[in-house]
Design a protein around this ligand. Sequence first.
Ligand SMILES: NC(=O)c1ccc[n+]([C@@H]2O[C@H](COP(=O)([O-])OP(=O)(O)OC[C@H]3O[C@@H](n4cnc5c(N)ncnc54)[C@H](O)[C@@H]3O)[C@@H](O)[C@H]2O)c1
Length: 251
Amino acid sequence: MQKSIIVTGGGSGIGKNVCEALANEGYGVLVADLRLDAAQQTAQALAAQGHLATACAVDIASQSDCAAMAQAAVAAFGRVDGLVNCAGISKPVDSLVCSADDWQRMIDIQLNGAFFAAQAVGQQLVAQGTGGALVFISSTNAEAAFPRRASYCAAKAGVAMLTKVLAIEWAQHQIRVNAVGPAYVETEMTLRNIAAGNVSREAIEKRIPLGRLCKPGDVADAVSFLLSDKSSFITGQSLYVDGGWLAYGYF
Ligand SMILES: NC(=O)c1ccc[n+]([C@@H]2O[C@H](COP(=O)([O-])OP(=O)(O)OC[C@H]3O[C@@H](n4cnc5c(N)ncnc54)[C@H](O)[C@@H]3O)[C@@H](O)[C@H]2O)c1
């Protein structure tokens, strides 16, 4: 039977690329995004290539939206085999002036949303009794502190611990839970941060030992591995796809 995966944030960037990679590997893909039009574009492009793909709207910060998302996958494919949580936002702001709303929104989406999406899919996997695999897109910022990104870094560090807790809690159901933490990926999010002057491309390339930005395909390859049986004894791990960023401790 064809396996099916839910990809949140599948309307653009890393999520869109992950949808394409997984569809090419034969998974049925539910493309879920806050922007339904973007999700539909991704799903329609995949369907036009003969892949099994459909779209739904979701705000991962909403527990009921995430439950409906899991049910939409069951309605479309008859079952769910896993989740890739790529939905997210970035909004660098000076900690001295970060508003309560900005702080809350970041935590709601990047941390609470990761939990609600995983919970909804976890419930379905347990009900099916099939096991499965979940992958969170975290960040090198789960480990490395950047200025003006207190809420983002705190949320991503939370996702790294969430990965461990869910992994050990759900191992009895043969559900594996891992995270992929990229460094700067060449997506709209990064290009917006470069355009806004939050970071320069040259500085990123200089700081990464492999000398280039991460490509969305680099992330998709790691996700694909962590969903596959090739990683069947790996759970609770964060795999950093960072060109050596975190290893680098010299000048
Ligand atoms: N781009 C990078 O350099 C980078 C590096 C490390 C980690 N990440 C993480 O990877 C993930 C994806 O980033 P990206 O670069 O692809 O960003 P992106 O902006 O290109 O795509 C994010 C997608 O998430 C969707 N989204 C936003 N809020 C949502 C919500 N509440 N519910 C559902 N969908 C929502 C957006 O509509 C968009 O389609 C994020 O969690 C981000 O923090 C990105």
